[in-house]
Write a protein that binds this ligand. Structure first.
Ligand code: FES
Ligand SMILES: [Fe+2]
Length: 447
């Protein structure tokens, strides 16, 4: 049993296995600063990690009819995901087989045929070559008719379209173990993206993953969180799985046990949410720590009436924050009503840059199109598709907490070049950082 208490539930499935994973053996190898800028290291990451791990191309609900497509810049590749006339979503390398023109330059859209903007070779929605202007002018031995788009392995899970450039890679579900089994307790496919921000950051992608692999920084970098979550490692549980993925269980719905008073701030942050669930924040004066269980009871009682199906949720899932970091570059920060989805993508040319994506995936109550999101602390609408906001740090908000994380990494990237820094010193609660780097080394050693 871990640090989050799971009460036996009768008559319905327990949401997620909360058993603490056995501690793996960790190295004490230096996480040297060069890992964050060395060009050879970065190239080896591309060969051994990025082209071999399962990655997310798009959300399944971006594809509604044949011809709908999404492109994703990923390192030196652009991945093209397109729905075929058989409604299957397939990923391809987005490159014309004639002379290497980028086939699709838009990020999203619909095409009946995939027609190259250069000399108009065209491919059908399953990637098969269809039209070759002046075809008799090509020598027969060139076998133009065999020049189909190059497919990339594609699988869907959790409302996401996943791709893997390695034809030998293990199936997606196996790669995701045991995370997919856990997250199936959430209605992932029903979540709607209400925030879609990409920041071109001047920091290496690993600074992002390191950050989301520890909560040691929460006390100082996110001082507001202690009013709504139990940030302390003493009361959180960390699990490191053999697959290389990791989990943090952190209680939510009430202030940290370390907080005395602070009621105006608690109510400022949680008041709307508390009232949404039919409770009066004033009733909790002097006993704000009781909010977690009270919210759990209310959500259980009023969930169906409010348009939620919580039947697959354990009580603790109704309030708590389950934070999963997936190797190498994803975080799913699960809330009762959504998912802060975070990813650092490799940059095409510069080890000291990356693309940092934040999506907020909102679970709307049935029959409602607007909803107050306690995580984003804002009203959100499912009727307006979230525009893709892309820019530099500070130009768009990723919500109060992630903005605070983002503000750190550029300065850290610069400081890592200092002659005055040699290697890390990690606390016990930062073991996921160590595990991440150990796993990176393991993948890279496979060659
Ligand atoms: S490069 Fe695509 S048709 Fe020529
Ligand atoms: Fe953070």
């Amino acid at each position: 049993m871990g640090k989050i208490e799971q009460k036996p539930q009768s008559g319905r499935p327990i949401g997620i296995d909360l058993t603490k994973a056995p501690e793996p053996e960790l190295s004490n190898k230096a996480i040297t600063p060069e890992r964050y800028w060395d060009r050879d290291f970065w190239k080896r990451e591309w060969e051994t990690v990025w082209t071999r791990t399962w990655q997310v191309a798009a959300m399944v609900n971006q594809f509604n009819k044949p011809g709908d497509f999404v492109t994703l810049e990923f390192g030196t590749e652009v991945i093209l995901a397109v729905m075929g006339d058989d409604s299957e979503i397939r990923c391809f390398y987005n490159v014309c087989q004639h002379r290497g023109m980028m086939l699709v330059t838009a990020e999203t859209g619909n095409m009946r045929r995939l027609t190259c903007p250069y000399h108009a070779w065209s491919y059908d929605l399953r990637g098969n070559i269809k039209t070759i202007p002046d075809e008799p002018d090509f020598a027969p031995e060139l076998a133009c008719r065999t020049k189909n788009l190059v497919p990339i392995r594609t699988e869907c899970w959790g409302g996401f379209v996943w791709f893997n450039m390695d034809d030998e890679a293990m199936p997606l579900r196996e790669f995701l173990a045991p995370v997919a089994d856990h997250l199936d307790a959430y209605p992932m496919e029903k979540m709607v993206r209400t925030t879609w921000v990409t920041i071109e950051g001047d920091f290496n992608w690993k600074l992002v993953q390191d950050n989301f692999n520890e909560s040691y920084h929460v006390f100082h970098a996110h001082p507001q969180l202690k009013y709504v979550a139990e940030f302390s490692y003493l009361y959180s549980q960390f699990d490191l799985y053999p697959s290389g993925h990791a989990r943090m269980l952190m209680a939510g719905g009430a202030p940290s046990r370390t907080v005395r008073g602070g009621e105006p701030e608690i109510i400022r942050q949680m008041g709307e949410h508390i009232r949404f669930w039919g409770l009066d924040p004033d009733d909790f004066a002097g006993r704000m720590h009781d909010l977690r269980e009270a919210l759990q009871r209310q959500k259980r009682k009023l969930g169906a009436e409010k348009g939620y199906d919580f039947s697959s949720y354990d009580d603790v899932m109704l309030t708590d924050n389950w934070h999963y970091t997936l190797f190498p570059n994803l975080s799913f920060s699960m809330k009762p009503d959504g998912n802060i989805w975070l990813r650092a993508r490799p940059h095409p040319t510069d080890p000291e840059k990356c693309f940092f994506d934040m999506w907020y995936l909102n679970l709307f109550p049935e029959g409602q199109t607007t909803y107050y999101s306690p995580t984003m602390r804002d009203w959100v609408s499912m009727e307006t598709p979230a525009p893709h906001q892309t820019g530099k740090a500070g130009e768009y908000t990723m919500g109060p907490t992630i903005d605070q994380d983002l503000a750190l990494w550029s300065a850290q990237q610069k400081a890592l070049h200092s002659r005055g820094y040699k290697r890390e010193v990690l606390a016990g609660q930062e073991s996921r950082v160590r595990y991440f780097h150990d796993n990176l080394d393991r993948w890279m050693a496979r060659g």
